[in-house]
Ligand binder design. Structure first.
Ligand code: ADP
Ligand code: MG
Length: 893
């Protein structure tokens, strides 16, 4: 900028002083009815907002937005990834001596929105602080040469997440290697990291760096204990291993407090999320299964969430999304959720009544948060009141449901005393907020307006002083109205009228036709084209009374409203608790509704290894077809047959059955009924779904390299309790590379991991695998010929496919005879060429089979090498094992 300090006016000096403390933000500098931006901020603001860039007399670039329209401009800037500091005039310009004092009252960033209506009701707006996990992280530095240090991906990262709109506060500790997955689940609007951290975050998401000392866990622990009035952090279920998460929480609270100096009283006590209690889903799995987002942006009706979301409140919608992204892994907890759904399924009348009662409940969490932050407008307190008034009806239906549930389990007297059912627990937690409901009902008008100032907020009879000012105002108005008739009679001017405008106040208007009859004592104030306006001393006297009363009405209303808002704000914790009860109720009622509407059944969820799905369907695809046209299939995984290879031609339904299994498991572990006639599900700890590159709908950005790195993540992450669903892995490369990789991957999952695996492939070569792998079997998705037509039966059957199926299908599809013959000949040649070792001995040397891979006695050293878990070894151990292997191989030592 060409402007030097010496040229600065006092105003610019003030501006520079404030801006120097908010360098990373665009400064909205309040000047009268505008927020002005100066210098670089003006240039940036003008570009992003498409508004005019001007300059002051002294050449300083300037762009401004009217205060009245500021919310929309603010929203645009934040949506474009900027932070905006709002600097207000903090004294009355009329009484200020010299320059008006100004202060930044709030900074708005993508992760710290409190504004109404900026974020969709059905999702959270998380801001996440990440502590540790980067290579330059202080806790790993200096240990690099320590041979006993664990490999980096086993180091833990602490995360603290806050949704400022709802007050939710979450702490978790995860291995560094899983950070990306957690961030993928939360989809934060902003990430806060220590300065210098090299933790990778989504470049699309705002990244805020804070001083490393702010992440100190000791300091943070004190701050948490002070803020939530705790004697120690044990009460939150936090232990020593959570130090990094506590540090993250401290840094996050400090940062948010800086952004919102007016306070953050609505942030709830943090809850601690333990990954071991949840089904672990990585980003690819969430995407491939289209849990909450469609693979193709904008596609409608394709996600599991859309099928399930029959919630009637935003509270329930958000919770359902959280649950789907983070199903449980403990059969007991899952059983409690299923019981609740079951109860609601069995009582359609109460379920309907409950949903009806919930239907009018507004977004309690966000409304209460706005009240606590001093931002709620009259209409929002009205919405809270209307919501509170529905709570007794909610309670009545819940009580009814609890009675039902008890009645059914009442017979089992032999069972030991257990935790009350989830519904009974809710009943105990449901605070009807009757005091607040009564207060708001007595105080607020039927439909409070959006803004204060019009006098329609507080009900008559609530406050004597307000009522008195109102009647004075009304009396004055009536007197002035009666004046019109009197003056008409007195002057004989029938068109004389009393009017009001903001500049001149009350006036008497006389058209020019009667100007001769204007009586003495009328003072002219304004001349119009066809009339003149006058005042009289009497009119002015009453005007003063009316306006004085009006001012008192407005003041008193503001006072009373402020007190109401504070009362609601003080109860924010109780309101949040009730909101969370309602959210669960809403979700359970919705899941019951879906279960009935879509004919789902209750799964039996256990700790066993097996998964059995009888007559199972795909919850999303079946909804896209006419009723009853989706073909159900049976699926069974058990220790004897835990690896399953599914072959079949294109369009047979391989991908569908694969996803169907994943979705059914997720549904069951979320606590939902499932689209199956019968389902027994041994809980899974991790679910992986991978789709080969050429089959990946994600939009062609997936290369073979990506496919392989995704596959390798499974090979590292899966345990014997995991479920792995592989769809055409290995397709992204030339045929024999692909087969080879697919083969090796399957072998590894079978021999080393021992997890449940289903592998869909059109490589019929893989059908030889079960001959080698003890716990594997072949399946195929059947296709038949009927009347010369190819018919896709979509039926999963035991055994492999005829390997010339493609050609057979082509024949059925009407390809000329000549081409089919030639294709068969080419196929035979190709098969011959790729015979790796002719005449391979096999268990049943079938001349038609492709002996692609040779059975050789495995070298014991190789077997051991293969089974080494490198991640579990220290460098020292690794060296010893290597020496041992070398010795056995006949080398030195
Ligand atoms: P593949 O992966 O074997 O090529 P898909 O799983 O993509 O086949 O299925 C192709 C189409 O077949 C699906 O889009 C769906 O319309 C239909 N389909 C698949 N399974 C079934 C089924 N069980 N019942 C009815 N239609 C099915
Ligand atoms: Mg497919």
């Amino acid at each position: 900028m060409s402007v030097t300090l010496s040229e600065d006016t006092p105003l610019l000096t003030q501006y520079r002083e404030i801006k120097s403390r908010h360098q990373d933000a665009i400064l909205f500098f309040r000047m009268g009815d505008f927020y002005e931006m100066f210098f670089e901020d003006a240039e940036l603001g003008a570009r992003v907002l498409n508004i005019t860039l001007t300059s002051r007399g002294d050449g300083v670039p300037l762009a401004g937005v009217p205060v009245k329209a500021a919310a929309e401009y603010l929203r645009q800037l934040v949506a474009n990834g900027h932070r905006v500091a709002i600097c207000e005039q903090v004294e009355d310009p009329r009484t200020a001596k010299g320059l008006v004092r100004r202060e930044v009252v709030e900074t708005v960033t993508p992760g710290s929105l409190l504004e109404d209506g900026w974020i969709a009701g059905g999702r959270n707006n998380w801001i996440v602080a990440v502590n540790g996990g980067g290579k330059a992280d202080g806790r790993t530095r200096g240990r690099a040469d320590d041979p006993t240090a664990r490999p980096p991906d086993r180091l833990s990262v602490g995360l603290a997440s806050i949704d400022l709109t709802t007050g939710e506060f979450l702490l978790e500790t995860v291995p560094a290697g899983e950070l990306e997955v957690v961030l993928g689940r939360l989809k934060p609007a902003e990430v806060v990291v220590p300065e210098g951290s090299d933790v990778a975050t989504d470049p699309e998401v705002m990244r805020t760096a804070r001083e490393p000392w702010e992440f100190d866990s000791g300091l943070a622990g004190e701050e948490l204990a002070r803020r939530f009035r705790l004697a120690s952090l044990d009460g939150l279920g936090l232990g020593e291993t959570d130090a990094a998460a506590v540090g993250a929480a401290g840094a996050l609270l400090r940062y948010l407090t800086g952004l919102k100096p007016a306070g953050l009283s609505h942030i709830a006590r943090p809850s601690v999320r333990r990954s071991a209690a949840h089904l672990w889903l990585d980003e690819m799995t969430r995407r491939n299964l289209e849990l909450v987002e469609p693979l193709r942006a904008g596609a409608k009706g394709v996600t599991l969430l859309e099928v399930l979301d029959r919630t009637v409140t935003p509270l329930g919608a958000r919770l359902l999304r959280q649950w789907l992204l983070s199903p449980l892994s403990d059969p007991v907890e899952i059983g409690r959720r299923l019981d609740a759904v079951d109860t609601a399924v069995r009582d359609p009348i109460r379920r309907a009544a409950l949903r009806e009662a919930l239907d009018g409940v507004r977004d309690l969490e966000r409304l209460a948060g706005r009240a606590a932050a001093g931002r709620a407008i009259p209409r929002e307190l009205g919405a809270l009141r209307d919501s509170f008034l529905r709570l007794p009806a909610v309670r009545a239906e819940l009580e009814g449901l609890c009675g039902e549930a008890d009645g059914r389990s009442g017979g089992r007297t032999d069972s030991p005393p257990v935790r009350p059912s989830a519904l009974l627990e809710l009943l105990g937690e449901l605070d009807l907020l009757a005091d607040l409901a009564a207060l708001l009902a007595a105080a607020l008008t039927e439909r409070p307006p959006a803004a204060l100032g019009d006098g329609g907020v507080i009900r008559e009879g609530y406050d004597a002083a307000l009522d008195e000012s109102r009647s004075l105002r009304e009396g004055g108005k009536q007197y002035i109205a009666s004046l019109q008739q009197r003056e008409r009679d007195r002057t004989g001017i029938p068109s004389l009228k009393v009017g009001y405008n903001k500049v001149f106040g009350y006036y008497l208007e006389i058209t020019n036709a009667h100007s001769a009859k204007v009586p003495a004592g009328y003072e002219r104030r304004q001349t119009l084209a066809t009339a003149e306006r006058y005042v009289t001393p009497e009119l002015k006297e009453y005007e003063a009374k009316v306006l004085g009363a009006e001012e008192r009405v407005a003041e008193r209303e503001a006072e009373l409203f402020g007190a109401l808002r504070d009362a609601v704000g003080r109860a924010v914790t109780r309101i949040q608790q009730t909101a969370r009860v309602l959210a669960r109720l809403d979700v359970w009622a919705a899941l019951a509704e879906v279960a009935v509407a879509n004919r789902y059944g209750r799964p039996v969820v256990t700790a066993s290894f097996d998964i059995v799905l009888i007559a199972s369907r795909h919850p999303v695809i079946e909804r896209m077809m006419p009723r009853e046209t989706f073909i159900p299939n049976d699926v069974r995984f058990d220790p004897a047959e835990r690896v399953q290879l599914v072959t079949g031609p294109n369009m047979a339904g391989k991908s569908t059955i694969l996803r169907q299994i994943g979705l059914n498991v997720i549904l069951a572990q979320t606590g939902s009924f499932v689209p199956c006639e019968r389902a027994e599900i041994g809980v899974v700890d991790r679910l992986f779904t991978r789709v080969g590159a050429s089959d990946n709908l994600a939009g062609g950005q997936s290369t073979f390299m990506v496919e392989m790195s995704e596959t390798s993540a499974i090979l590292h992450g899966a345990t014997a309790r995991s479920l792995v669903l592989l769809d055409e892995i290995g397709r992204g490369t030339s045929t024999y590379d692909g087969v080879a990789i697919a083969w090796a991957v399957t072998e590894f999952l079978h021999d080393t991991v021992g997890c449940k695996t289903m592998f869909a492939t059109h490589y019929h070569e893989l059908m030889q695998l079960p001959e080698r792998l003890q716990h594997a079997r072949n399946l195929n998705v059947a296709v038949r010929e009927a009347g010369g037509q190819v018919v896709f039966l979509h039926r999963l059957e035991p055994g492999g496919t005829d390997r010339s199926y493609g050609i057979h299908v082509a024949e059925l599809a009407g390809l000329p005879r000549q081409i089919v013959t030639r294709a068969n000949a080419v196929l035979r040649t190709l098969e011959g060429e790729h015979r790796v070792v002719p005449g391979t001995p096999g268990p049943d040397p079938d001349p038609g089979q492709l002996p692609l891979f040779v059975e050789a006695p495995p070298d014991p050293a190789l077997v051991e090498l293969r089974s080494l878990d490198l991640n579990a070894l220290t460098p020292l151990e690794a060296l010893n094992r290597l020496a041992e292997l070398q010795r056995r191989a006949g080398g030195p030592a």
